[in-house]
Design a protein around this ligand. Structure first.
Ligand code: ADP
Ligand code: MG
Length: 698
């Protein structure tokens, strides 16, 4: 039988029914799926060194043939040893435990690559190296180039011999027999415009690259495919939203909006006015607003969103104003409810810590439409919260909410307007992948009079000096935040817990000063009390965990000390720094790093010290840490890319977006959509159906 891409994988030479069944239960059913099983990494044989050239304490990869092997009982430990050699020398590979699986695995003369740090004890050795069996250079039918692919495996696959070597053989066979069959859905012209290889070349090169450049080209082509699928979903969602019509558009804004503007103790900046203009025009439009409002920390997003809420209220619509923490919801309510009441808008606070009776009462008022603005947290998601006429959903510091949660809240209204505010600036590539279905607006610039925060980083050795500095600032009636990354001592990382630090600081270091404490595991009422005492200057120093990271606004605080600065990302540090320098006095931010301080940490902290622009820091953070770290793994679900490198593939992201935009537009307009385009739409529709199915399972 002729092998084809659709053939069951068992028909690949060397697989057969038994391995086939295991592959199948691991999601590899057909030859095509086997070809889409990409390497987890590569061994570059040109980067290996002759065994005769190894030296102690250096990380190396060496290649050699098995000369001898055996279990040794001398000394304290039983150990398993394999000696490999090349023409320049030999080295022993040692395992002190967990070596049972190795015992009958190799024959004398087998070719192995071993990676590890060289030790010396009666000769050079590698203890617990990573090893990779390689095929013989001349063995029949199996290709071994300079760059050898390494495949992911698990215990089930390993048991039937499907580790790197098994996959290499099977994939080589599949490529030799079926690669030419792979159909490229992308038109040649488009492909060439983007300088991407065709799919057959791509699949060949991702498995057995000729060189680094061809491997990178193949990666970019596959990255293009991943981005294209995601953008297809996003843009389709976006175009669905744009088809929704509001039942009743908002009237032009009038008295209430004007009164609100007049009640503010400051003038809006031009950046705020620009953003507000866009938001008003969205809200007045006949399709729902779906907008992300960005801006650097402290640029004043809240008041802009509040103006939107007032506009909705003026039009007899309710607004759900959602914050990521109860503390922040409280703060919004405390800051705004009075001003709002003065212009005739009733607002309430709805959080999870309310007593049931209270909650029911407030819930009833919301349902009856007696309340126009509801400040709250996740509690707003609860099914028991019903609005009479929800017209605007504001989600503050959205990156803490999942996309699904967003949809849940929106579903409570009849296609309400949606305004999402990001806590920190988000690099464009990330914004387009995380929030690609939203329109963007950016508040440019900060309110006048903000002094730059003087930022330094220090090590623990300077702590005494820092304490002296803190005492001086407090003597000058300023206030100080001291931030700790964790609440409790974790078992393996020796962190100073905030509680311990609080005790130490208040009893020993600053016995004469008033030191408050707030962390996420305290009751919300306690947290509020600590914050409001700090706000009222009843305490001088507030020891806190990252509960104060976002949004907390204390104008008199001028010093921000961040303990374990090495544990924070740039965006987070910048967010913390944004808590100070809000009043008219200069602010100081000190990040204290605890050894070991890696070069990467050093780089990050130096960058933080040198830069005060949130957008630049966000870009750098993405480059240094990657998207998964920048946002917790929870929100980066859609960022689980296999081939995409967001900081290197910006051009591809833009290209896939415009491609999808034009494809979906031509489809919608039903213009005589040409054959290729319609094929492409169909292709991505199929792929995205698959992706959605996978997402549901995951
Ligand atoms: P963020 O954009 O980080 O959420 P906030 O909305 O919390 O910032 O605003 C930060 C601080 O700036 C608040 O104290 C707010 O009252 C103040 N603020 C906002 N807009 C202005 C303005 N136009 N002029 C002066 N102060 C402003
Ligand atoms: Mg804010």
């Amino acid at each position: 039988m002729q092998l084809s891409l659709d053939s069951p994988v068992q028909f690949v030479k060397g697989i057969g029914p038994r391995k086939g069944a295991v592959l199948q239960s691991n999601g590899i059913e057909t030859v095509l799926e086997l070809l889409n099983y990409y390497p987890r990494g590569y061994l570059d044989r040109s980067n290996t060194i002759p065994i005769g050239q190894v030296s102690k304490d250096v990380a190396v990869t060496v290649l050699g043939r098995v000369l001898a092997q055996g279990t040794m009982y001398g000394g304290r430990n039983k150990r398993f040893e394999i000696i490999i050699g090349d023409e320049t020398g030999h080295i022993s590979l040692l395992w002190f435990a967990g070596h049972k699986y190795l015992q009958n695995r190799f024959k004398k003369g087998d070719l192995l690559a071993a990676t590890g740090v060289v030790g010396f004890y009666n000769g050079y050795q590698l203890a617990h190296p990573e090893i990779e069996p390689l095929e013989d250079e001349h063995a029949e039918g199996v290709h071994t180039g300079r760059i050898v692919p390494l495949y992911p495996s698990n215990s089930e696959l390993t048991k039937v011999g499907m580790q790197s070597r098994g996959f290499r053989k099977a994939i080589k066979y599949a490529l030799d027999n079926c690669a030419e069959e792979i159909d490229d859905h992308l038109p040649t012209a488009k492909r060439e415009e983007l300088n991407l290889p065709d799919l057959t070349t791509t699949i060949r090169q991702i498995h057995f690259p000729d060189n680094d450049e061809s491997r990178e080209s193949a990666r970019r082509r596959l990255s293009f495919e991943e981005l294209a699928e995601l953008q297809f979903l996003i843009m389709r969602h976006k175009s669905h939203i744009k088809e929704i019509k509001k039942t009743q558009p908002l009237a032009k804004h009038g008295k209430m909006v004007k009164q609100f503007a007049e009640s503010l103790p400051f003038q809006l900046t031009s950046g705020q006015r620009e953003a507000l203009k866009i938001i008003y025009s969205d809200m007045a439009g006949d399709t729902p607003m779906n907008r992300l409002l960005q801006g650097d920390v402290g640029c004043g997003k809240t008041v802009v969103a509040m103006a939107g809420a007032v506009y909705a209220a003026e039009n007899k619509r309710q607004c759900a104003f959602m914050a990521p923490t109860e503390l922040l919801a409280e703060q919004h309510y405390a800051n705004w409810s009075k001003t709002l009441a003065e212009i005739g808008i009733t607002s309430v606070l709805l959080t999870g810590s309310l007593k049931t009776a209270q909650r029911n009462l407030i819930g009833a008022r919301i349902a009856a439409g007696d309340v126009q603005i509801v400040f709250g947290t996740h509690a707003l998601f609860s099914a028991s919260v019903q609005f009479k006429r929800l017209g605007l959903v504001v989600i503050d510091e959205q990156h803490r909410f999942g996309v699904a949660q967003r949809a849940q809240l929106i579903a409570k209204g009849d296609s309400p307007d949606v305004l999402v505010m990001s806590a920190t600036p988000i690099p464009r590539t990330l914004a387009l992948t995380l929030y690609g279905d939203l329109d963007f607006a950016t508040i440019v610039g900060l309110p006048p009079g903000r002094k730059p925060v003087k930022t330094v980083w220090r090590t623990a050795a300077d702590r005494a000096k820092i304490h002296k500095f803190i005492a001086e600032r407090v003597a000058n009636s300023e206030q100080v935040f001291i931030i700790y990354p964790l609440v409790q001592k974790s078992e393996n990382i020796d962190l100073l817990a905030a509680e311990e630090a609080h005790r130490e600081l208040s009893e020993k270091v600053f016995p004469k000063l008033r030191v408050g404490l707030v962390h996420g595991q305290m009751k919300v009422k306690q947290q509020e009390k600590a914050i409001s005492e700090f706000r009222a200057a009843k305490t001088d120093i507030l020891v806190a965990t990252t509960v104060v990271e976002v949004g907390v606004d204390i104008p008199r605080a001028t010093v921000m000390v961040v303990e374990h600065g090495e544990r924070f990302g740039l965006a987070q540090l910048h967010q913390l720094r944004g808590r100070i320098g809000r009043g008219d006095k200069a602010g100081y931010c000190v990040a204290i790093a605890t050894p070991p301080i890696s070069p990467l940490v050093r780089k990050r902290l130096n960058y933080f010290v040198a830069n005060s622009d949130g957008f630049e820091l966000a870009e750098a953070d993405l480059k240094l840490r990657g998207p998964g770290e920048m946002f917790g793994t929870k929100q980066s679900g859609s960022l689980n890319f296999r081939m995409v490198n967001l900081s290197a593939d910006q051009d591809l992201l833009e290209a896939t977006r415009s491609l999808m935009e034009s494809l979906l537009a031509s489809k919608k307009e039903q213009v005589s959509i040409d054959h290729t385009a319609s094929n492409l739409v169909q292709y991505y529709e199929r792929r995205s159906a698959l992706r959605e199915k996978i997402a549901q399972v995951a």
